[in-house]
Design a protein around this ligand. Structure first.
Ligand code: NAP
Length: 287
């Protein structure tokens, strides 16, 4: 389905995930047309105002085909926005996360949006559009045992800052959205991937982290999650604002991360150690 020419159209990646679905619903309710990037067809996105489009951000052919399809569908009108929302969460102690998991983290969360931005900038220039990159609170304050996701979102934020100035001559705004913890499927997928990675690691090294990981899991079980609509509302504000802000923060814990990012590093370390129950854990004997 093509967007009517008087309707502003948006590309949303990762549209079938928790935050993606909430964004698609809010955007269509506000009258936008959503090209919903999905890796597999999603019946829950069969709705007026949404065109599903095959899009794997790690596959250059898939990204190019999506850009070509939307360009033809838009018939020269371009896009109002690209929302880089697709993402994965890789977790675990830095020492234990296999290098191929680091690659997967960066392929999806860092190189994926670059691919999408490079392919869709002509449509954004044509449509007087903007870029909204979905980051995370962990880009500001790097949580222990969440090193890969934090590193990927810091990288995304860093090149988003470069882009904002590079694209200023075309008046293409670039916004970053930093959600805190939202109730979506991302955590279950991440835990499953971490368990399978850990099963392949040297059990003696895994044993070294056993007590810290039990403490971390206990703290994580008490984590409060906001509904994904909280993140979607911030993303939609960035899409709809006449003058979008550079950064949007979504959720109480994301605001806490802002505070954590501003305090001295040693104090931040001890806040994390206390909050995660890591203080006083004796190191396990080395093998
Ligand atoms: N939930 C949170 O607490 C939270 C907090 C801060 C930031 N975020 C960020 O918010 C964004 C959305 O996360 P979410 O919580 O909604 O997670 P989610 O429910 O797991 O959704 C992730 C989406 O990304 C898609 N995706 C994964 N790999 C992809 C690839 N190679 N190409 C295209 N799409 C791909 C998934 O598609 P498949 O279904 O095909 O895998 C899914 O649609 C992510 O960037 C995440 O880092 C989330």
């Amino acid at each position: 389905m093509t967007a009517p020419t008087n309707v502003r159209a948006i590309l949303l990646t990762g549209a079938n995930g928790g935050i993606g679905r909430a964004c698609a619903q809010t955007l269509t309710a506000k009258g936008f047309h959503v090209y919903a990037g999905v890796r597999t067809p999603a019946p829950e996105l069969d709705a007026p105002g949404i065109t599903q489009i095959a899009l794997d951000v790690t596959d250059p052919g898939s990204v190019a085909a999506a850009a070509e399809y939307i360009d033809k569908s838009q018939d020269g009108h371009g896009l109002h926005a690209v929302i880089n929302n697709a993402g994965v969460l890789v977790q675990g102690p830095v020492e234990l996360v296999p290098i191929q998991e680091w690659h997967r983290q960066f392929e999806v969360n860092v190189h994926g949006p670059v691919r999408v931005i490079q392919a869709f900038l002509p449509l954004l220039r044509a449509g007087g559009g903007r870029i909204v990159n979905v980051s995370a609170a962990s880009a500001r304050a790097a949580f222990p045992f969440l090193g890969p996701i934090g590193a990927s979102k810091s990288a995304l934020e860093s090149y988003s800052e470069s882009l904002r100035v590079e694209l200023a001559p075309w008046r293409i705004p670039v916004s970053i959205v930093q959600p805190g913890a939202m109730r979506t499927e991302i955590f279950a997928k991440s835990t499953a991937a971490a368990e399978s990675a850990r099963a392949q690691a040297d059990p003696r090294t895994v044993k070294l982290y056993e007590r810290q990981l039990v403490a971390f899991d206990t703290a994580a079980a008490g984590q409060r999650y906001a509904p994904p609509e909280v993140a979607a509302a911030a993303i939609v504000r960035a899409v709809a604002a006449r003058r979008p802000k550079a950064v949007y923060i979504a959720g109480t814990d994301a605001r806490l991360a802002v505070w954590l990012s501003r305090i001295p590093a040693r104090l931040r370390d001890s806040v994390f150690q206390r909050a995660l129950g890591l203080s006083g854990i004796e190191p396990a004997p080395a093998h």
